[in-house]
Every structure is written in structure tokens, then in C-alpha cells.
Design a protein around this ligand. Structure first.
Ligand SMILES: C[S@@+](CC[C@H](N)C(=O)[O-])C[C@H]1O[C@@H](n2cnc3c(N)ncnc32)[C@H](O)[C@@H]1O
Length: 262
């Protein structure tokens, strides 16, 4: 398995207003006393992480991402928090190199980039203390359907790397990974963008990175323009999958062997 790809982190930081706005609403669902250790799983350039760190004046944030460029950008933004933020370059598809269990996990706009949500939730459960909360949002069933339909008609027709799961699938996967008190739901978030360069910047940086990485350099900009010009309107039809859950207090971890009942 090759590592997660890198991102254009400076441009992402500039254009990620929708993700930051949604991230703030996800963070509102995480009750904090201020002294916890919280993992931000897929922190990106750190705009949502910054809001999280402000809520933890006596706590700690582990800012995890698979992109070194994103972590470099996050280091700049989060420098004022000093040692209260730890930076971790890690792959959410694998067991995470976190020794002490965290009190809670926040994740925004990340899970849909992962191919196997059962493995992902297992990896998260392993580093979350029993009773600790997982509060997350990512693309869900129906997310960016207009873009996906256009992608099916371009080049080799590859529609993308994404897992846009339903609330029911997600609940079942969370239960199997040892989570309880689960709530999962979809929320449409149609997002208008300025036509022309702003829309193209957004498509290039936020949505089409994996597609562009597969293309020769000379074909990348025509590909972005083709997607932008075929959208019915300068709007991305986002549908967000929300997750609230707790690691079950007394369940066995997803990877621990079942104990004999005798
Ligand atoms: C759209 S950004 C979201 C960043 C931030 N949470 C936000 O809401 O703005 C998605 C992030 O997921 C990260 N990511 C994707 N696949 C990953 C993986 N396998 N392991 C770790 N991070 C990954 C990317 O590097 C990227 O920073």
C-alpha cells in the first residue's frame, strides 16, 4: 500500500471556507472540559484544528494527517499553541502510532478519502479510551453526485477514490468496531462558488487531486476546465455524513481476541 498523496496545502488553506464552516458545527457537538487530549484525524492545514485547540487551554491536540505539506501548513497556523499541539504524519488506513489512548476524536472532511471504513473505525477505536467520543463529518451517500456523473464521461471514466457511505452502513461498521451510542445522518450542503478561476481552484485542490495525480502534467488543466464547464451551475452538490459515537465502555477492542467465557 503506497502512502497517502500530498496536497497543495497553501491553496487548500485559502479555499477551504466551506470545510471550515462545517467543521465548526461538528466541533459544537463535542463537549469539552478543556483539559482533554483530542485527536484531529485528517487535520489538513489546521483551520478546524485551530478552533479545537482554543477549546483546550489545559489539554492537548494530536494533529494527524497523511500529507506532509498539510502538516507543514498546520505547523505554521498552530504555532501559537506551542507544545499543546503534537503533529503526527500517519496513515489512517493503518493502525495508528499513538501509545496513550486519547479522550476524544474529531474528524472533518476526511473519512470519504479512505477506502475501507471498517478498518478506519477499527484503527480509531484502538486509540480511543473506553467511553471516549468520536465526532466526525465527511462526504456521505450522494455527495458531489454532479461531479461524479461528469467524471464518468471523461478520460478513462474513473469516478474517484471516495467512499460515500450511507448512515445505515456507517452505523453497522461503527458497531462492529466497538462503538456505541451511535447517531449517523446526512445533511445536504449545496455550495455555490464563483465561476471561473475560483471554481477551478476549488475543483483542482479540494476534489480532483487524485484524478490529476494520474494524468500527465499537460492534461491536468484541460481536465479541470472540462469538469468546471460541464457542471450545470457553479455549485458543488455536497452531502455531508455526520457521525456521533462513543467507544463502548466495556466492549473488547476490535482487534483484541475474544476472551473465553470459562
Ligand atoms: C479535505 S482535507 C480536510 C482537512 C481538515 N480536516 C478540514 O476540515 O479542512 C482531507 C485531509 O485528509 C487527509 N487524508 C486523506 N487520506 C488520508 C490517510 N489515508 N491518512 C491520513 N490522512 C489522510 C488529507 O491529507 C487531507 O489533509
Amino acid at each position: 500500500m503506497s502512502g497517502p498523496r500530498d496536497w497543495d496545502a497553501a491553496t487548500y488553506d485559502r479555499v477551504a471556507d466551506p470545510m471550515t464552516r462545517w467543521g465548526a458545527t461538528v466541533l459544537d457537538r463535542l463537549p469539552l472540559a478543556g483539559d482533554e487530549t483530542v485527536l484531529d484525524a485528517g487535520c489538513g492545514s489546521g483551520r478546524v484544528t485551530e478552533r479545537l485547540a482554543r477549546l483546550l487551554p489545559h489539554g492537548r491536540v494530536i494533529a494527524l494527517d497523511g500529507s506532509a505539506a498539510m502538516l507543514d501548513e498546520a505547523r505554521i497556523r498552530l504555532a501559537p499553541f506551542g507544545p499543546r499541539v503534537e503533529y503526527l504524519l500517519a496513515d489512517l488506513r493503518r493502525p495508528l502510532p499513538i501509545a496513550e489512548p486519547v479522550d476524544a476524536i474529531l474528524s472533518t472532511a476526511t473519512f470519504h478519502w479512505l477506502p475501507d471504513h471498517s478498518a478506519l473505525f477499527g484503527n480509531l477505536a484502538m486509540v480511543l479510551r473506553p467511553g471516549g467520543r468520536l465526532v466526525a463529518q465527511c462526504g456521505g451517500a450522494g455527495n458531489i453526485a454532479s461531479v461524479v456523473a461528469i467524471l464518468a464521461t471523461l478520460g478513462d471514466g474513473w469516478t474517484g477514490p471516495w467512499t460515500f457511505a450511507t448512515p445505515a452502513e456507517t452505523r453497522a461498521r461503527l458497531e462492529a468496531a466497538g462503538f456505541a451510542d451511535i447517531d449517523t445522518w446526512l445533511k445536504p450542503e449545496p455550495t455555490p462558488l464563483e465561476p471561473g478561476p475560483p471554481l477551478e481552484d476549488f475543483l483542482r485542490t479540494v476534489i480532483l487531486g487524485d484524478h490529476l495525480a494520474r494524468l500527465p502534467a499537460a492534461e491536468r488543466e484541460p481536465f479541470v476546465r472540462a469538469v468546471a464547464s460541464r457542471l450545470p451551475r457553479p455549485e458543488i452538490d455536497y452531502v455531508r455524513l455526520n457521525i456521533n459515537a462513543r467507544r463502548a465502555a466495556y466492549s473488547r477492542g476490535p482487534r483484541e481476541p475474544a476472551r473465553s467465557s470459562r
